[in-house]
Design a protein around this ligand. Sequence first.
Ligand SMILES: *Cc1c(COP(=O)(O)O)cnc(C)c1O
Length: 419
Amino acid sequence: MPGRNFLFVPGPTNVPERILRAMNRAMEDHRSSAFPDLATGLFRDLTHVFKTTAGQPFLFPATGTGGWEAALVNTLSPGDRLLAPRYGQFSHLWIDLAQRHGMRVDIIDVDWGEGAPVDRIEAILSQDRQHEIKGVLIVHNETATGVTSDLGAVRRAIDAAQHPALLYVDGVSSIASIDFRMDEWQVDLAVTGSQKGLMLPAGLGIVCASPKALAAREQAKCPRVFFDFGDMIKANATGYFPYTPSIPMLYGLRESLAIIMEEGLEAIFARHARLAEGVRAAVRAWGLKLCAKAPQWYSNTVSAIMVPEGKNAAEVIDVAFRRYNLALGAGLARVAGKLFRIGHLGDLNELMLLGAIAGAEMAMRDVGIQVTPGAGVAAAAEHYRSTAAPLPERPGAPQAADAVQAPPGRSSPRTAVRA
Ligand SMILES: *Cc1c(COP(=O)(O)O)cnc(C)c1O
């Protein structure tokens, strides 16, 4: 099919050209004297993305699922009790992983479309006077339903119950796209993967551990080899890894972190919020509903859009892909067929999203969902127009007076940020 594929699943996300080029290189010796420069720079800059000074990041050649496992097995023992709300396929799978490691999970089932129930978390922790519960597992952004939970409120709930449980957070589809503050929210284990906000291929499981989490290793009896923090800490201390790292992924991450720091985390969060609001304007204009039940749950990285009763969302996704070369996210598990998802995270801008919204609209009409032609595109476009930043000064344009005053190096916004 001519033209480009429109990749709008909520991961893997679009990999920017700069990252593709940075990854396309010859292999090199990961035990050379030059290698630690690369590795230590990555660890340093990752702490900036996690917003931590005390936390230690770990890079595993794995995926987000590997990150989940690493976080649990390094800090817990079989038989340990955990508390975990379940409100979508990803919270479900993390609970399943913990159970398969022999942990006992107190599950709080929540309607899909809502997020972490902080009052219930506080009540359960308050009743646990013996402090049997060792950890609380929270999926920050439930990618299956497009729901973001309030992690600051979860932290306050744990503190209000005066409970020492570790706070485990899945930030796979939030970190580097939605505000995340490891130190401020005292997150003990933060997990992410490479193929969402970091704009890389899948292939890295990234975990950041607080000092309290690192101390919990002493008591943790889960067997661990590949995911052992101890081996990593020893090798990472001198800028190496205990086994062969993926060289292209590390160079890709180097470029990803450079791109993120050039744009700035706060600007990235604001861009995601604005792009997401345009998608939500389209959904309203279509007369459809999000899976997320109230604005407090709306995710800025993925929108899960319910199709009308009696229609099959899988058909929308199939037609969008085969006819328009547009990849939309599927409904997972209990919401299969009931919704499709538009991922709006990573390397994205307004017109890319308008393409996805147009394609979704066309595919819906093709399968008999009566949305007004152009309604979603128009609503999103007007949102983007009305919220656009003021035009930057035109680089290189003759500006008689300004030309003399403009300080050197201010020719493009990018150099200005770097400087
Ligand atoms: C994608 C995702 C995962 C799973 O990551 P894999 O890289 O597929 O192992 C876990 N949690 C959330 C919230 C995700 O979005």
